[in-house]
Design a binder for this molecule. Structure first.
Ligand SMILES: [Zn+2]
Length: 303
Protein backbone atom coordinates (compact mmCIF):
# COMPACT_ATOMS: atom_id res chain seq x y z
CA UNK A 1 0.00 0.00 0.00
CA UNK A 2 1.33 3.40 -0.96
CA UNK A 3 1.81 5.61 2.06
CA UNK A 4 0.84 9.25 1.88
CA UNK A 5 2.90 12.18 3.14
CA UNK A 6 0.33 12.52 5.91
CA UNK A 7 0.62 8.81 6.72
CA UNK A 8 4.39 9.09 7.00
CA UNK A 9 4.12 12.10 9.32
CA UNK A 10 1.72 10.16 11.56
CA UNK A 11 4.00 7.12 11.55
CA UNK A 12 6.83 9.35 12.75
CA UNK A 13 4.72 10.79 15.57
CA UNK A 14 3.64 7.29 16.62
CA UNK A 15 7.21 6.15 17.15
CA UNK A 16 7.04 7.68 20.58
CA UNK A 17 4.40 6.70 23.12
CA UNK A 18 4.34 9.09 26.09
CA UNK A 19 5.89 7.52 29.18
CA UNK A 20 4.31 9.88 31.71
CA UNK A 21 0.69 9.34 32.69
CA UNK A 22 -0.08 13.06 32.37
CA UNK A 23 1.05 13.02 28.72
CA UNK A 24 -0.80 9.79 27.87
CA UNK A 25 -3.94 11.37 29.29
CA UNK A 26 -3.35 14.54 27.27
CA UNK A 27 -2.64 12.65 24.04
CA UNK A 28 -5.83 10.63 24.45
CA UNK A 29 -7.70 13.87 25.11
CA UNK A 30 -6.47 15.24 21.77
CA UNK A 31 -7.47 11.99 20.07
CA UNK A 32 -10.96 11.98 21.62
CA UNK A 33 -11.77 15.62 20.88
CA UNK A 34 -10.60 15.31 17.26
CA UNK A 35 -11.88 11.81 16.47
CA UNK A 36 -15.08 10.79 14.72
CA UNK A 37 -17.28 10.44 17.77
CA UNK A 38 -16.76 11.22 21.45
CA UNK A 39 -20.18 10.99 23.05
CA UNK A 40 -21.83 9.69 26.17
CA UNK A 41 -22.96 6.48 24.48
CA UNK A 42 -20.22 5.89 21.95
CA UNK A 43 -16.54 6.54 21.32
CA UNK A 44 -15.48 5.88 17.74
CA UNK A 45 -12.02 6.46 16.28
CA UNK A 46 -11.47 5.83 12.57
CA UNK A 47 -8.02 5.98 11.03
CA UNK A 48 -6.10 4.81 7.97
CA UNK A 49 -2.77 4.94 9.77
CA UNK A 50 -1.54 1.46 10.72
CA UNK A 51 1.01 2.98 13.09
CA UNK A 52 -1.65 4.97 14.89
CA UNK A 53 -3.84 1.84 15.06
CA UNK A 54 -0.94 0.01 16.68
CA UNK A 55 -0.33 2.48 19.51
CA UNK A 56 -3.99 3.39 20.16
CA UNK A 57 -4.86 0.42 22.43
CA UNK A 58 -1.62 0.91 24.39
CA UNK A 59 -2.37 4.60 24.87
CA UNK A 60 -5.88 3.95 26.16
CA UNK A 61 -4.56 1.28 28.47
CA UNK A 62 -1.92 3.64 29.85
CA UNK A 63 -4.26 6.60 30.25
CA UNK A 64 -7.46 4.95 31.52
CA UNK A 65 -6.72 1.24 31.95
CA UNK A 66 -9.48 0.67 29.41
CA UNK A 67 -9.63 -1.63 26.36
CA UNK A 68 -11.61 -1.06 23.16
CA UNK A 69 -14.86 -2.97 22.66
CA UNK A 70 -14.34 -3.17 18.94
CA UNK A 71 -11.00 -3.21 17.15
CA UNK A 72 -9.82 -3.95 13.62
CA UNK A 73 -7.95 -7.23 13.19
CA UNK A 74 -4.64 -7.57 11.38
CA UNK A 75 -6.37 -8.47 8.12
CA UNK A 76 -8.41 -5.27 8.02
CA UNK A 77 -7.40 -2.94 5.22
CA UNK A 78 -8.41 0.63 4.48
CA UNK A 79 -10.26 2.36 7.29
CA UNK A 80 -9.55 0.99 10.76
CA UNK A 81 -12.35 1.42 13.30
CA UNK A 82 -11.99 1.45 17.09
CA UNK A 83 -15.04 1.65 19.34
CA UNK A 84 -16.01 1.78 22.97
CA UNK A 85 -19.70 1.33 23.74
CA UNK A 86 -19.51 0.03 27.30
CA UNK A 87 -21.13 2.70 29.47
CA UNK A 88 -18.88 2.11 32.43
CA UNK A 89 -15.72 2.55 30.35
CA UNK A 90 -17.05 5.72 28.76
CA UNK A 91 -18.01 7.05 32.17
CA UNK A 92 -14.48 6.34 33.43
CA UNK A 93 -12.92 8.17 30.49
CA UNK A 94 -15.27 11.15 30.79
CA UNK A 95 -14.56 11.54 34.50
CA UNK A 96 -10.82 11.69 33.82
CA UNK A 97 -11.49 14.96 31.98
CA UNK A 98 -14.09 16.27 34.37
CA UNK A 99 -16.99 15.63 31.99
CA UNK A 100 -20.38 14.12 32.70
CA UNK A 101 -21.18 11.26 30.29
CA UNK A 102 -24.81 12.41 30.31
CA UNK A 103 -23.95 15.91 29.16
CA UNK A 104 -21.39 15.94 26.36
CA UNK A 105 -22.91 18.72 24.30
CA UNK A 106 -20.37 21.27 25.39
CA UNK A 107 -17.09 19.40 25.24
CA UNK A 108 -14.11 21.66 25.53
CA UNK A 109 -10.40 21.49 26.23
CA UNK A 110 -10.20 21.09 29.97
CA UNK A 111 -7.19 23.32 30.60
CA UNK A 112 -5.65 21.57 33.64
CA UNK A 113 -5.14 18.50 31.39
CA UNK A 114 -2.90 20.48 29.06
CA UNK A 115 -1.27 22.75 31.60
CA UNK A 116 2.28 21.36 31.40
CA UNK A 117 4.32 21.93 28.24
CA UNK A 118 4.89 18.18 27.82
CA UNK A 119 1.12 17.66 27.90
CA UNK A 120 0.40 20.49 25.43
CA UNK A 121 2.60 18.76 22.85
CA UNK A 122 1.00 15.40 23.62
CA UNK A 123 -2.50 16.85 23.23
CA UNK A 124 -1.67 18.32 19.81
CA UNK A 125 -0.04 15.04 18.71
CA UNK A 126 -3.27 13.23 19.57
CA UNK A 127 -5.35 15.88 17.80
CA UNK A 128 -3.24 15.51 14.65
CA UNK A 129 -3.26 11.70 14.73
CA UNK A 130 -7.05 11.52 15.03
CA UNK A 131 -8.22 14.58 13.11
CA UNK A 132 -5.24 15.98 11.26
CA UNK A 133 -3.65 15.76 7.84
CA UNK A 134 -0.81 17.33 5.91
CA UNK A 135 -0.64 17.55 2.11
CA UNK A 136 2.33 16.31 0.09
CA UNK A 137 4.39 19.51 -0.41
CA UNK A 138 4.84 18.60 -4.08
CA UNK A 139 1.10 19.23 -4.47
CA UNK A 140 0.79 22.25 -2.17
CA UNK A 141 1.21 23.51 1.38
CA UNK A 142 -1.69 22.56 3.63
CA UNK A 143 -1.92 21.16 7.14
CA UNK A 144 -5.13 20.90 9.14
CA UNK A 145 -6.79 19.79 12.36
CA UNK A 146 -10.48 18.91 12.12
CA UNK A 147 -12.93 18.59 15.01
CA UNK A 148 -16.71 18.41 15.32
CA UNK A 149 -16.70 20.53 18.49
CA UNK A 150 -16.73 24.28 17.92
CA UNK A 151 -15.43 25.30 21.35
CA UNK A 152 -12.59 22.77 20.98
CA UNK A 153 -11.51 24.41 17.73
CA UNK A 154 -11.46 27.81 19.39
CA UNK A 155 -9.48 26.56 22.37
CA UNK A 156 -7.08 24.57 20.20
CA UNK A 157 -6.49 27.73 18.21
CA UNK A 158 -5.12 29.50 21.28
CA UNK A 159 -3.27 26.36 22.36
CA UNK A 160 -1.42 26.26 19.03
CA UNK A 161 -0.62 29.93 19.31
CA UNK A 162 0.65 29.46 22.84
CA UNK A 163 2.82 26.43 22.11
CA UNK A 164 4.06 27.05 18.56
CA UNK A 165 3.75 30.81 18.43
CA UNK A 166 1.45 31.28 15.46
CA UNK A 167 -2.26 31.29 14.84
CA UNK A 168 -3.82 28.88 12.36
CA UNK A 169 -6.61 29.93 10.00
CA UNK A 170 -10.15 28.79 10.75
CA UNK A 171 -13.00 27.57 8.60
CA UNK A 172 -16.18 25.47 8.83
CA UNK A 173 -16.50 22.55 6.42
CA UNK A 174 -19.60 20.37 6.40
CA UNK A 175 -20.29 20.68 10.12
CA UNK A 176 -16.61 20.30 10.98
CA UNK A 177 -14.42 23.01 12.41
CA UNK A 178 -11.10 23.16 10.61
CA UNK A 179 -7.90 24.83 11.82
CA UNK A 180 -5.38 25.01 9.01
CA UNK A 181 -1.95 26.27 7.98
CA UNK A 182 -0.92 27.30 4.48
CA UNK A 183 2.63 28.54 4.90
CA UNK A 184 5.44 26.06 4.33
CA UNK A 185 7.62 27.31 7.20
CA UNK A 186 4.72 27.23 9.69
CA UNK A 187 3.77 23.70 8.62
CA UNK A 188 7.39 22.64 8.96
CA UNK A 189 7.60 24.19 12.46
CA UNK A 190 4.35 22.55 13.49
CA UNK A 191 5.51 19.10 12.30
CA UNK A 192 8.79 19.57 14.16
CA UNK A 193 6.87 20.45 17.31
CA UNK A 194 4.78 17.29 16.92
CA UNK A 195 7.94 15.20 16.56
CA UNK A 196 7.69 14.52 12.80
CA UNK A 197 11.18 15.80 12.01
CA UNK A 198 11.69 13.98 8.71
CA UNK A 199 8.35 15.21 7.37
CA UNK A 200 9.22 18.73 8.54
CA UNK A 201 12.46 18.54 6.56
CA UNK A 202 10.52 17.18 3.58
CA UNK A 203 8.46 20.38 3.55
CA UNK A 204 11.54 22.61 3.61
CA UNK A 205 13.32 20.55 0.94
CA UNK A 206 10.29 20.76 -1.34
CA UNK A 207 10.23 24.51 -0.79
CA UNK A 208 13.93 24.92 -1.64
CA UNK A 209 13.54 22.77 -4.72
CA UNK A 210 10.59 24.84 -5.91
CA UNK A 211 12.50 28.08 -5.38
CA UNK A 212 15.51 26.73 -7.24
CA UNK A 213 13.38 25.56 -10.17
CA UNK A 214 11.67 28.94 -10.36
CA UNK A 215 15.01 30.71 -10.38
CA UNK A 216 16.41 28.46 -13.12
CA UNK A 217 13.24 28.83 -15.19
CA UNK A 218 13.30 32.61 -14.84
CA UNK A 219 16.92 32.74 -15.93
CA UNK A 220 16.36 30.43 -18.91
CA UNK A 221 13.35 32.41 -20.11
CA UNK A 222 15.30 35.60 -19.73
CA UNK A 223 18.35 34.29 -21.63
CA UNK A 224 16.17 32.88 -24.38
CA UNK A 225 14.35 36.14 -24.79
CA UNK A 226 17.57 38.14 -25.01
CA UNK A 227 19.25 35.69 -27.36
CA UNK A 228 16.36 35.58 -29.77
CA UNK A 229 16.10 39.37 -29.77
CA UNK A 230 19.81 39.68 -30.63
CA UNK A 231 19.54 37.07 -33.38
CA UNK A 232 16.45 38.72 -34.87
CA UNK A 233 18.10 42.13 -34.92
CA UNK A 234 21.26 40.72 -36.53
CA UNK A 235 19.18 38.97 -39.22
CA UNK A 236 17.41 42.22 -40.02
CA UNK A 237 20.72 44.07 -40.29
CA UNK A 238 22.28 41.39 -42.51
CA UNK A 239 19.38 41.40 -44.94
CA UNK A 240 19.47 45.22 -45.02
CA UNK A 241 23.17 45.12 -45.92
CA UNK A 242 22.49 42.52 -48.63
CA UNK A 243 19.81 44.75 -50.19
CA UNK A 244 22.16 47.74 -50.16
CA UNK A 245 24.89 45.67 -51.81
CA UNK A 246 22.58 44.19 -54.41
CA UNK A 247 21.18 47.50 -55.61
CA UNK A 248 24.58 49.14 -55.65
CA UNK A 249 23.84 51.65 -52.88
CA UNK A 250 26.57 50.20 -50.70
CA UNK A 251 29.61 51.90 -52.27
CA UNK A 252 27.92 55.31 -51.94
CA UNK A 253 27.44 54.91 -48.18
CA UNK A 254 29.53 56.98 -45.77
CA UNK A 255 32.71 55.14 -44.68
CA UNK A 256 31.41 54.83 -41.11
CA UNK A 257 28.34 52.92 -42.28
CA UNK A 258 30.37 50.71 -44.65
CA UNK A 259 32.68 49.82 -41.77
CA UNK A 260 29.71 48.97 -39.54
CA UNK A 261 28.15 46.83 -42.29
CA UNK A 262 31.36 44.90 -42.89
CA UNK A 263 31.79 44.26 -39.17
CA UNK A 264 28.27 42.86 -39.00
CA UNK A 265 28.77 40.66 -42.06
CA UNK A 266 31.98 39.25 -40.62
CA UNK A 267 30.43 38.74 -37.17
CA UNK A 268 26.81 37.71 -37.68
CA UNK A 269 26.35 36.62 -34.05
CA UNK A 270 28.23 39.40 -32.26
CA UNK A 271 26.45 41.69 -29.82
CA UNK A 272 26.36 45.45 -30.27
CA UNK A 273 29.10 45.98 -27.69
CA UNK A 274 31.32 43.44 -29.41
CA UNK A 275 30.85 45.16 -32.77
CA UNK A 276 31.35 48.61 -31.27
CA UNK A 277 34.94 47.86 -30.23
CA UNK A 278 35.74 46.58 -33.75
CA UNK A 279 35.14 50.04 -35.20
CA UNK A 280 38.13 52.24 -36.08
CA UNK A 281 38.21 54.13 -33.80
CA UNK A 282 36.05 52.13 -31.36
CA UNK A 283 32.66 53.71 -30.63
CA UNK A 284 29.97 53.38 -27.96
CA UNK A 285 27.25 50.74 -28.01
CA UNK A 286 24.46 53.30 -28.70
CA UNK A 287 26.53 54.75 -31.55
CA UNK A 288 26.98 51.26 -33.00
CA UNK A 289 23.26 50.68 -32.67
CA UNK A 290 22.62 53.97 -34.44
CA UNK A 291 24.84 52.99 -37.41
CA UNK A 292 23.16 49.61 -37.84
CA UNK A 293 19.70 51.17 -37.53
CA UNK A 294 20.70 53.65 -40.20
CA UNK A 295 21.63 50.76 -42.55
CA UNK A 296 18.22 49.11 -41.95
CA UNK A 297 16.48 52.42 -42.57
CA UNK A 298 18.39 53.09 -45.82
CA UNK A 299 17.64 49.60 -47.15
CA UNK A 300 13.95 50.20 -46.54
CA UNK A 301 14.10 53.50 -48.47
CA UNK A 302 15.75 51.59 -51.35
CA UNK A 303 12.85 49.16 -51.68
ZN1 LIG B 1 2.78 15.60 30.49
Amino acid sequence: MATSFSGNAKAEICRYIPAKHCCALAECFGILLFCNSFQGDNIRIITESREFAQILPKLFKRAFGVAFDQMPNDATTGKLVFQITDQEKIHRIMTCYGFDAKDTLSLHINLPVVEEDCCKASFLKGAFLAGGSVTDPAKGYHMEFTTTHSSVARECDSLLQESIGFQPKYTVRGGNRVLYLKQSDLISDCLTYLGAHISAMGIMEAKLEKELNNKVNRRCNCDDANTSKVVEAAQEQLSAIRILRENGAFQNLPAKLQQAACAREENPEASLSELAVLMQPPISKPAMNHRLQKLVQLSQEEK
